[in-house]
Design a protein around this ligand. Structure first.
Ligand code: PLP
Length: 446
């Protein structure tokens, strides 16, 4: 593409756009602007190629600008731009729900659509409370979240989430009925573990021994966890930990919500983490990779028994007073179906073990490089953690991000952890470029 065709930073007025999760002043002083993207690469407004090492924001699993997806959106916009799903409908939402049910964990055959992961989380939490109420257990209104878990940015999501910076300003506004499991990171003997770390399953026991004992199970609606806490720093669940949470929830009639906004859609080697890890949640929240990021879409998959409890409730009328204007938007559904077609045709939901191995080797080759204090990975997600600079936590991570961008690779810092989450179409040469550039930057970094 000719850089002259692109709208360069110098020709733009950057003042008026309040950018999300961004140091606006720093960005506007030195903008990084993307004008186009194809497969594994962005083209910046200066015409430079930048490898997308994070599937943009953990979502572009099929890679950028994939023909089927692009064409489906284009066609759909001309055919049916919008129809809502409140008491009228359109075929695409039903088709996409059927396709998702076809690859969902067994018995999770019902799907509710939202527009984002944050909305999916709020929806799942509301479902949990309403479900218990319908079954005559209306005292179950309390949630259990976890430190360092990220569940989006809506009030409910930050209430059950455990990212301090996201909660700090809203401390007095968060939902009151929430308690927290400890996070699973930093357990002795787990540093530099390959795949699921060996120690820490017993951290799940505090759910029963501490929180359920304190609050009584009759008051607890659901436990929500992200199988890999990606935005919390790419924290990999210890072996046996999620299984134990499942057992405890089952024992006490508590719903288990797995937030698969990042771990879904092939990230760990199957459609969902639940399938890779052999744990059966009651609800799964999803977003991002369902359309490979091409159109905003999220949703909640539920066990059939949950759906049945709502729709078979006596009294008739609307069974769940909840929904978004754009739930099941035609463009999003068209993109979703085309994305699932692309995943199926290219076998992307089952990325080959050889690629996982190569990725793992690449992540763990950082051991011994300057500043590196941990390397961790699962499927095609991983992190290299750097020691923080004294008095300036996260500064070192951010500097690596900026230097790598200048050298044509996008990786994202979560504090001082460098996160890697490439599109699932990545080949060895892309991983070599991604890891090689970061390693080169680390060797010269103060
Ligand atoms: N849940 C998890 C596990 C996430 O990682 C994210 C976003 O990164 C969300 C929820 C929120 O999704 P969204 O940004 O689409 O609202």
């Amino acid at each position: 593409m000719n850089p002259k065709d692109l709208s360069s930073a110098s020709a733009l007025n950057l003042e008026h756009y309040w950018m999300p999760f961004t140091d606006n002043r720093r960005f506007k002083a030195k903008p990084k602007l993307v004008a186009a993207a194809k497969d594994m690469y962005y083209t910046t407004t200066e015409g430079k190629q930048v490898l997308d090492g994070l599937a943009t924001l953990w979502c572009v699993n099929a890679g950028h600008g994939r023909p089927r997806i692009v064409e489906a959106i284009r066609k759909q916009a001309g055919e049916l731009d919008f129809a809502a799903s409140f008491s009228i409908g359109h075929p695409l939402a039903f088709r996409l729900a059927e396709r998702i049910a076809g690859i969902a964990p067994k018995g999770m055959g019902h799907v509710f659509f939202t527009n984002s992961g944050s909305e999916a989380v709020d929806t799942a939490l509301k479902m949990a409370i309403a479900y218990h109420r319908l079954r005559g257990e209306g005292t179950r209104t309390r949630f259990i979240g976890r430190e360092r878990s990220y569940h989006g940015v809506n009030i409910a999501g930050i209430s059950v989430g455990g990212v301090p910076a996201n909660r700090k300003a809203y401390s007095g506004t968060l939902l009151p009925n929430v308690d927290y499991l400890r996070h699973t990171h930093g357990v002795a003997g787990n540093a530099f573990a390959k795949g699921q770390p060996p120690n820490g399953a017993e951290l799940a026991d505090e759910l029963e021994q501490r929180l359920i004992t304190l609050h009584d199970p009759s008051n607890i609606a659901a436990v929500i966890v992200d199988p890999v806490s990606a935005s919390g720093g790419v924290l990999i669940p210890p072996r046996g930990y999620l299984e134990r949470l499942r057992e405890i929830c089952t024992r006490h009639g508590i719903l288990l919500i797995m937030d698969e906004v990042i771990t879904g859609w092939g990230r760990l080697g199957k459609a969902f983490a639940a399938q890779v890890l052999g744990v059966e949640p009651d609800l799964i929240t999803f977003a991002k990779g369902v359309t490979s990021g091409a159109v905003p879409l999220g949703g909640v998959m539920v066990k059939d028994s949950i759906y049945d409890t709502f729709v078979d409730a006596p009294g008739g009328g609307i069974q769940f007073f909840h929904g978004y204007t754009y739930s099941g938007h035609p463009l999003a559904c068209a993109a979703g179906i085309a994305t699932l077609d692309t995943y199926a045709e290219e076998g992307l939901l089952e990325t080959p073990a050889a690629l996982h191995d190569y990725f793992q080797q690449g992540i763990h080759a950082f051991k011994g490089l300057p500043h590196v204090v941990d390397c961790r990975n699962l499927g095609l997600i991983g992190a290299v953690e750097l020691a923080p600079r004294e008095g300036a936590p996260a500064a070192r991570g951010f500097e690596v991000f900026e230097r790598c961008w200048d050298k044509g690779v996008f990786v994202r810092p979560v504090g001082d952890a460098l996160a890697f989450c490439p599109p699932l179409i990545a080949e060895k040469k892309h991983l070599d470029q991604m890891f090689g550039t970061v390693a080169e930057v680390l060797t010269t970094l103060p």
